[in-house]
Ligand binder design. Structure first.
Ligand code: ADP
Length: 443
């Protein structure tokens, strides 16, 4: 500032001296004119530089040309630094905002930001899938107009957002149920944050759990009721010895039924809860076939005693090989298939059990029967727990409805594939193909 005053005074002095020299006969007037002219020149130059600075500030672009020295130059430099600091701050905030939005975008849950009037301000990818929103079309639209579910409309209008709401998801069909759980959270000045989750799998798992508990209770209740009835009969009636024997035999049968059910349930829970079997233990196929044949003939003898049923059983071991995995699981799965065939095939039928190598080195274990067969609509559901095509036949022959569920689990745990082919009235063929990694030839 001092320099500026000094320059101004210097210019005035120089103007005065120049005027005085220019008009020697009227020196005082010349000097005054010189001082005034120097003053006007200085003010004009200053105004021009000030105007340049103003233009530069108005343009708002720090890279444009601006006064570079003097007071105006300093003001320009300071403004430039201020603008740069602000730009840096804005860039940092923008980066942080982008990171934040990126994280919300990556969330598997839907996020929608609504303004005070319930209009959409922002939403992430999951929300656009959950509600069918389009970033270009639906921004600033009233969210209540886009989600037309009556329960949601009541929830939205009710202002009580303390609980989650379950609504049908987009694209829901009777065969493909989609369910969303959503909740509104107020924030800021009257704004709302809407969070949504796809709970389809959760609800299906919950429904399966409920069905499972209901099925187990039902399966156990039936023999328990029968047992209770027999106990009451034994307590209240005076029976002859043969009658007592008969009742006790029937009670033992019901107890045995419950025991089989509990064993199958435990097997399933073990299969679900333990790691898949490794490749260290080997089971000989000829030995497995021999054991299956013994069990099948014993079962047939029991059934023949009861029903006089005769069947032809063929065991065909075409593979001198071993399978790696859990021997107990493999035995359980294969014997379930054999016992089903024996139980469901009517008198004079044939059950053919075969183990054979396939061309690619894998091994197929198959059970073919000439039983009643299974209609195509039942086949995809056979491995569900407690699914039965013929309820009374299954119960009469001691079935639990869990056999094929066990077979499927064991096959999956061994990397094997279970296939079921059947023609109603002609018979069925169940096969498990074990992958080549689990097969080796017997030495
Ligand atoms: P279950 O203990 O009732 O036999 P599974 O899970 O082993 O239960 O089998 C499920 C259902 O599949 C059976 O109830 C039966 O209706 C049908 N099924 C299984 N194997 C055969 C077969 N070899 N022939 C005809 N139906 C079969």
């Amino acid at each position: 500032m001092i320099l500026r005053i000094a320059v101004f005074l210097g210019l005035q002095l120089a103007g005065g001296v120049c005027g005085w020299l220019a008009l020697p006969d009227r020196a005082a007037v010349g000097a005054l004119a010189g001082v005034v002219a120097a003053g006007i020149g200085w003010v004009s130059a200053d105004a021009y530089r000030g105007a340049r600075l103003l233009r530069w500030v108005r343009a708002g672009d720090a890279s444009l040309d601006a006064p570079s020295n003097g007071l105006w130059g300093e003001i320009a430099e300071r403004v430039r630094r201020l603008v740069r600091a602000r730009e840096r701050l804005t860039r940092d905030s923008q980066d942080r905002l982008n990171d934040f939005l990126g994280a919300l975008q990556a969330s598997p849950n839907g996020v929608v930001l609504l303004d005070g009037q319930g209009r959409i301000e922002w939403f992430n990818h999951s929300a656009s899938q959950h509600f069918g929103l389009d970033a270009r079309r639906d921004m600033q639209q009233y969210f209540g107009n886009l989600v037309r579910d009556p329960a949601f409309a009541a929830y939205f209008a009710g202002l009580d957002y303390g609980h989650e709401l379950s609504v049908p998801g987009r694209g829901r069909t009777p065969l493909r149920p989609v369910s969303l759980s959503l909740q509104l959270h107020p924030y800021g000045e009257g704004r709302l944050l809407l969070l949504s989750r796809d709970v389809t799998a959760l609800q299906q798992a919950e429904a399966m759990r409920r069905d499972f508990v209901a099925n187990v209770s039902h399966e156990i209740r039936t023999p328990l009721t029968v047992l209770g009835g027999f106990v009451e009969t034994l307590q209240t009636l005076s029976l002859t010895e043969p009658e007592r024997e008969r009742y006790l035999g029937m009670m033992a049968l019901q107890a045995q039924r419950m025991q089989t059910l509990v064993n199958d349930l435990l097997t399933l829970s073990r299969l679900e809860g333990s790691p898949p079997p490794g490749l260290a233990d080997w089971l000989s196929m000829p030995l497995l076939m021999a054991q299956l044949e013994r069990e099948a003939r014993a079962l047939l003898a029991v059934l023949a005693d009861k029903t006089g049923r005769e069947l032809t059983l063929v065991f065909d071991s075409q593979c001198q090989c071993e399978l790696s995995g859990s021997s107990s699981e493999l035995l359980s799965a294969t014997s379930n298939l054999v016992s089903n065939a024996v139980r469901y095939t009517p008198p004079n039928g044939e059950v053919h059990v075969c183990v054979a190598p396939l061309q690619d080195g894998s091994v197929e274990f198959s059970v073919r029967d000439t039983g009643p067969g299974i209609a195509p609509e039942h086949i995809p559901r056979l491995t569900e727990r407690f699914y039965r095509v013929d309820r009374s036949r299954s119960r009469d022959t001691g079935g639990t409805g869990l056999g094929l569920a066990i077979v499927k689990h064991v096959a999956q745990r061994h990397g094997a594939e279970l296939t079921i082919a059947s023609t109603p009235g002609q018979g069925s063929r169940f096969s498990i193909i074990f992958p080549v990694e689990r097969v080796r030839q017997l030495a």
